[in-house]
Design a protein around this ligand. Sequence first.
Ligand code: ATP
Length: 442
Amino acid sequence: MENLMEKLVSLCKRRGFIYPGSEIYGGLRGTWDYGPLGAELKFNIKEEWWKTMVKDRDDVFGISAAIIMSPKVWEASGHTQSFADPLVECKLCHQRLRADQKEQIEEHEKQHSKDKEKVEWTEPKRFNLLVEAKLGVVEGEKNITYLRGEITQGVHVNFKNILNSTRAKIPFGIAQIGKAFRNEITPGNFTYRSIEFEQMELQYYVRPDEKESMKQYDFWKKVRMDWYKNLGIKKENLRFREHTKDELAHYARAAWDIEYKTPFNWKECEGIHHRGDWDLSRHQQYSGQDMSYFDVDPPAGGKEKFIPWVIETSGGVDRAALFFLIDAYHEEKDRVILKLHPKLAPHKVAVFPLLANKPKLVKKAQEIYADLKKEFSVAWDDRGNIGKRYFSQDEIGTPYCITIDFNTLENDDVTVRDRDTMKQNRIKIKELKNYIQKQING
Ligand code: ATP
């Protein structure tokens, strides 16, 4: 397992999934560039997320907020407060605690000692996790702003806009996918902890009611766990973990992480948090704007005005991509396979003419390739022998390979070879699109 990460990092670079950021200049720690296959994988993850969380639902609205926001947002969210308090960071799990909170520090050490791990702390420092950006053209008069440290706040500051521009009625959610930036002290484990990454989040607004909000909380916990399982992550590699007391944000009413069993231990993949009325109340306080919801049809009758509570699901696109890749990596005697779910695979199909030097075969194969490309992401390969081409597609997770041979010219059918079982089926060309579509959608 240890060298699985080494093999994966090397495969990712060699085949064009993920490259080190700014590599020709010696790299920039904690940054990564996605190549042609990695960009497709990430795009597919985001598309699947958007489908489950926004498109398939009537009660969730998708937005795309600005990365740079008023610095006041970060005062309200409490992010800039942490610059003031010296913090220590646990070198094992990177959690930061206030250096003066001895009880929480002891509790944290106790938690790790259960797993026979000994905590080492960094020196107390004033951390500024937010990446600063200066706006303005005149030197000396520039205003300090920040690149957002989480995409969450872009949603909450638009709560009223969504209410006023849609027909949203509580309970409802606002979803977003986008980049976030953090000055991580110790980036590492490939893309797991980066300084620039993408998040996919839902903020779901509910009535301020204990029972109702916990029902929604449990519902979203299940939706999120099922999402990973339905996209092929093995059940035994996923678990829920409840936040310990010292991890729990002071405003959080409940917090569980979905964790994935990586070669470098169980690691957070996504957090499901019950944030109470923290965000909207703080924005109300700091902006002076009314952030309440006017309920004209509450269960008890009459009319009610309240600050809604928030259930948040907060996942990372890059982390999901990494965990999907780790989980998909398989070695067999003479091949490496990425058993990615067909919905996530960068290419759904590869098309091969049996022989590259037979114009009739190549022409037919090109026709099929062009036709399939209208619907799917398709690879073309006419190099070497068929065995090598299969090997090459297995390694990047292409679920189906289609070979055009001499029988194709006679019978209008092709060989479709399955990545995982290596079984080959003869399929009529006119049925090909339907066949592949069916296989992908299971
Ligand atoms: P961690 O404890 O690992 O630092 P966190 O608890 O600070 O994570 P959240 O603030 O809850 O993370 O962010 C939500 C999600 O965003 C995480 O579950 C993860 O998928 C992703 N994420 C957070 N920080 C990073 C990072 N530095 N690199 C890549 N993804 C990240």
